[in-house]
Design a binder for this molecule. Structure first.
Ligand SMILES: *[C@@H]1O[C@H](CO)[C@@H](O)[C@H](O)[C@H]1NC(C)=O
Ligand SMILES: *[C@@H]1O[C@H](CO)[C@@H](O)[C@H](O)[C@H]1NC(C)=O
Ligand SMILES: *[C@@H]1O[C@H](CO)[C@@H](O)[C@H](O)[C@H]1NC(C)=O
Ligand SMILES: *[C@@H]1O[C@H](CO)[C@@H](O)[C@H](O)[C@H]1NC(C)=O
Ligand SMILES: *[C@@H]1O[C@H](CO)[C@@H](O)[C@H](O)[C@H]1NC(C)=O
Ligand SMILES: *[C@@H]1O[C@H](CO)[C@@H](O)[C@H](O)[C@H]1NC(C)=O
Ligand SMILES: *[C@@H]1O[C@H](CO)[C@@H](O)[C@H](O)[C@H]1NC(C)=O
Ligand SMILES: *[C@@H]1O[C@H](CO)[C@@H](O)[C@H](O)[C@H]1NC(C)=O
Length: 465
């Protein structure tokens, strides 16, 4: 009896082994497959024990547009920290600091720029997706002497999808790729499949907080488009913001006319403007990819600028208190992570001929000095509001607010007595014309200085033309 029970048990334990083996095998296979593709053992960077050493040719990188200092020796070996057995080559002509690149073969996902976050050992990529992200990141680490590379692959994951799509197919998205080597890759590429030869390499920038920032306030200007040509508005925007404390402007260019190019060139030479070409590859996205441009502007400036400011060409964040004329004075005593300002529209139809220097204001189309009345109504915070944000605290931006600040970074809803966004549109649509107030703050605080600076700017521009 005991004998038979033992045999029975033995039979069942054998069957159990077989059945569980059959059941577990696919799981083990899947585990091994994914682990060979996406999970890597710690790699000894200095040893030559990596699987493949492939020698390739890299020409010295020549592009002058590139701001990073890249010296690449003529011949580099690539140690591939992955299962790729095929030959991979790096071609210097495919290097790019930023441009729109497809991340797959179906046009589901595109990426634009890449930034290394050393705290979490991950590369964040600014991009767009319509869903179904299924690409591979290839991280390329250059050795200190520039003689060889290590390539590591990992899955392209969604770090944060930004909600402001306005019912368009593509959503601005931050992607992440985790570095197992826990250091900043020199370049990154994205491909539909693991081991695929990259079509382009994006330079990876650091986002580490520096000891001291190069700049305090950097403005982000959303993609100018429609062959943009209002040169007077652009000069007014730059010069008035310089008086408010702007140190630099990042201008995203989808399309603009040649007169704008001349102005941008002049300020670029003075190191006041950085133009980022923005050839967004899809139409079905909100406002030429404005939300993606905002993310790029935040990460691009994390290492250099204490704050970024988001406002449009016809918007100005204006301190209203009597002796406060700059953003620094406005917020320096506050310890917030983001400062949100309420919006108020000025009236297109409110020309006020009492300004003592009206002829100069008219000559240079200075709407901020000419449109002297605004609606009494102030839009609520986060409705059409704009903001100043501390770059070290934000991980993403939206058009009218800063989402998901960490607990140690307060969001300050600025009281309207301190400052508001003054909005000078060339239409009175949306403006409540019944209830208006005279507001000549800009005229009183900055009027003559603005006229002098705008006049000087146009003299410089005319000299170039
Ligand atoms: C890396 O490889 C070198 C040479 O093979 C060896 O001397 C060193 O101990 C290794 N380092 C680590 C951290 O494994
Ligand atoms: C770039 O590298 C060259 C040579 O290594 C060096 O002389 C130069 O100062 C570097 N420039 C910057 C901006 O780091
Ligand atoms: C992806 O977009 C490119 C450029 O617009 C186009 O040539 C290509 O046919 C598209 N591919 C697919 C699969 O839609
Ligand atoms: C600027 O573009 C508008 C149309 O968008 C056009 O009516 C106007 O003539 C252009 N101005 C100049 C100076 O080219
Ligand atoms: C802006 O983009 C347009 C369209 O690509 C291009 O023709 C123009 O030269 C660019 N302007 C500047 C200043 O880069
Ligand atoms: C502004 O400054 C002036 C001159 O320094 C001073 O007389 C005035 O009281 C100040 N106003 C406020 C509100 O602090
Ligand atoms: C015109 O501007 C003056 C200040 O220069 C102001 O006192 C007056 O109220 C303004 N008038 C209108 C109609 O806005
Ligand atoms: C108006 O501005 C011009 C240019 O800066 C200046 O020369 C002139 O003196 C100003 N007019 C008055 C009345 O201050």
């Amino acid at each position: 009896m005991g004998h038979r029970k033992l045999a029975f048990n033995k039979m069942w334990s054998r069957r159990f082994l077989v059945y569980s083996g059959v059941l577990l095998l696919p799981i083990i296979v899947i585990f091994l497959y994914t682990s060979t593709h996406y999970v890597y053992p710690r790699l000894n960077v200095t040893s030559s024990g990596a699987r493949d050493i492939i020698t390739t040719t890299l020409q010295q990188h020549k592009s002058e547009r590139m701001s990073s200092n890249m010296t690449i020796s003529k011949t580099c070996s690539i140690k591939i920290n992955s299962q790729c057995a095929n030959l991979m080559t790096l071609r210097s002509e495919t290097l790019t600091e930023t441009t729109w690149l497809p991340a797959d073969d179906k046009n589901d996902t595109f990426v634009f720029s890449a930034f290394y976050d050393s705290k979490d050992s991950q590369v964040l990529l600014v991009g767009l997706t319509s869903g179904g992200v299924h690409s591979t990141c290839q991280m390329w680490y250059m050795s200190d002497d520039g003689t060889d590379f290590i390539m590591e692959e990992s899955g392209l994951l969604v770090f944060k999808s930004l909600p402001e799509t306005h019912d368009n197919r593509y959503a601005a998205t931050l992607f992440k790729c985790v570095s197992q080597l826990k250091r900043k890759p020199t370049y990154i590429s994205v491909a539909e499949n693991s081991c695929r030869q990259p079509s382009s390499l994006i330079v990876v920038k650091s986002t580490d907080t520096p000891q001291t920032y190069q700049r305090r306030f950097t403005l982000c200007l959303m993609p100018i488009h429609n062959n943009y040509n209002d040169s007077y508005a652009l000069v007014q925007w730059i010069e008035l913001n310089l008086l408010l404390g702007a140190d630099k402007f990042v201008v995203y260019n989808y399309s603009s006319a040649s007169n704008i190019g001349i102005i941008l060139d002049m300020y670029t030479k003075r190191n006041i403007i950085e133009v980022v070409q923005w050839p967004i590859p899809v139409k079905d996205v909100h406002y030429f990819g404005q939300v993606a441009a905002l993310q790029d502007c935040l990460y691009r400036n994390k290492h250099d600028s204490e704050f970024v400011v988001n406002e449009d060409l016809d918007e100005f964040i204006i301190p209203l208190k009597e002796n406060i004329t700059t953003w620094a004075k406005l917020i320096d005593h506050l310890n917030g992570g983001a400062f949100i300002f309420r919006n108020s529209f000025h009236l297109m139809s409110s020309g006020n001929k009492t300004f003592y220097n009206i002829s100069f204001a008219e000559k240079f189309h200075l709407s901020t000095l000419l449109m002297s009345r605004r609606e009494r109504k102030l839009w609520l915070h986060k409705q059409r509001s704009k903001y100043i944000v501390r770059t070290s605290k934000a991980t993403s931006l939206m058009i009218h607010e800063v989402p998901a600040l960490p607990s140690d970074a307060r969001e300050t809803l600025m009281p309207e007595d301190d400052a508001i966004v003054q909005h000078f549109r060339n239409s009175d649509e949306h403006v409540s014309l019944e209830q208006t107030v005279a507001d000549v703050t800009i005229r009183d605080k900055y009027g003559q200085q603005l006229i002098n600076n705008v006049q000087r700017a146009w003299e410089n521009i005319k000299r170039v033309v």
